[in-house]
Design a protein around this ligand. Structure first.
Ligand code: NAD
Length: 351
């Protein structure tokens, strides 16, 4: 195998990286892992790789080419910089850092050392996102003007360190970052305002639910919403376009696109329509024959595409897909979300 990889932080996501690379990426071999908790040794050795008792053991190992960092968010900056300075290529979990300034510090070291730095924004390869990306690129239902992207849960709990401010807990960093990364990837235009509403319904220190409105310079607006206290769900995506509407209900990608097939002049018998809400012309149901229901397109994508790209970049066969410059825009939006919440109003910006 061409590249040897070490994992820092062998918890939920660190062990997932191991399994994913092992089963999908033939160019990369995971050889060792370091975790601050010595009791993780048993799981690491049971998974067939070497457990490192110190960070130095990983960083001074000349056989290690790539380091994947999968620890709580507040440690991302110092570990990324240490690994880059040790001459390793670095993949860092999301959120790449606690704020834009921390990422700029990492990027400066990546530039200085000439080592690759990328962020595991794996949800760019989610099927639901790929479907939206395809439908909008093909113009199937015209041009988008309002995009609603949401993930709503009701478990009312934040796992482990996610409940603590010092660790970069909360839903903006945890899930918001994925949805904002997708939107910035989807919409080729600067963000010109951010209006965020963060809620701490059961958490004592971090946001456990939030809604954010983003306005883009090209006229598209978007809502990003994450809930952990929502008992009646709403669609994962609802996209308003000039000639139709797209809805994806869930991660299984149930949903449809409805396209306007005839814009014939709507007329009303007796000049009024009676509905259960009383007489209304504008909101009366549209005749069925004037729209066409389209199934969602088939797409192929999965998270291992991320590491396929990393291997191809290191081989000089491809351009990096998840670039630090893109993550910097995402972090600037996140910084502005927190600023909007602090000030209690929308913030004009150009990101
Ligand atoms: P986790 O708590 O399951 O695992 C974290 C591991 O890091 C633990 O084993 C812990 O002992 C270890 N650790 C903590 N501090 C350390 C340090 N300074 N040095 C070495 N090891 C340390 O957490 P998780 O759910 O795996 O999350 C880890 C990272 O992965 C977070 O940044 C999180 O946001 C990210 N994550 C990403 C996705 C995704 O889909 N991209 C999904 C889940 C988590």
């Amino acid at each position: 195998m061409a590249y040897k990889l070490a994992i820092i932080g062998y918890g939920g996501m660190g062990s997932w990286h191991h399994k994913n690379i092992q089963s999908h990426i033939k160019e990369i071999e995971v050889t060792c892992a370091y975790d601050i908790r010595p009791e993780v040794e048993a799981a690491v050795t049971a998974a067939g790789i070497r457990f490192c008792r110190t960070l130095d053991e990983v960083l001074t190992d000349p056989s290690v080419d790539i380091v994947t960092i999968a620890v709580p968010n507040n440690f991302h900056k110092e570990l990324s910089i240490a690994a880059l300075r040790a001459g390793k290529h670095v993949i860092c979990e999301k959120p790449v850092a606690m704020n834009a300034q921390e990422l700029e510090d990492i990027m400066a070291v990546s530039k200085e050392t000439g080592k690759l730095f990328s962020i595991h924004q794996n949800r760019r390869w989610d099927k639901d996102y790929k479907i939206i990306q395809k439908l909008l690129a093909d113009g199937t239902v015209g041009t988008p003007y309002y995009i609603e992207s949401r993930v709503l849960g009701s478990r009312r709990s934040l796992h482990g360190w996610r409940g603590y401010k010092v660790n970069g807990g909360g839903m903006v960093y945890d899930w918001g970052i994925h949805l904002i990364d997708q939107l910035l990837d989807l919409i080729d235009s600067p963000v010109v305002s951010v209006d965020a509403h963060l809620f701490s319904i059961f958490s004592e220190e971090v946001d456990d639910n939030f809604k954010t409105f983003l306005r883009f310079e090209n006229g598209i607006s978007a809502t990003v919403e994450i809930a952990t206290n929502c008992f009646i769900t709403q669609p994962r995506w609802h996209v308003s376009c000039t000639d139709g509407t797209i809805e994806i209900e869930d991660w299984d990608c149930n949903g449809k696109a409805v396209k306007l097939s005839s814009d014939e002049q709507m007329t009303w018998d007796n000049d009024i329509v009676y509905t259960s809400a009383g007489p209304t012309r504008t909101m009366a149901p549209r005749p069925k024959h004037t729209t066409e229901e389209l199934p969602l397109p088939e797409v192929t994508a999965d998270w291992s595409n991320y590491y396929e790209n990393i291997a191809a970049v290191l081989d000089g066969r491809a351009e990096l897909i998840v670039r630090p410059e893109q993550a910097l825009r995402v972090m600037k939006v996140i910084d502005t979300i927190f600023e909007s919440q602090r000030k209690g109003c929308g913030i004009a910006c150009r990101i």
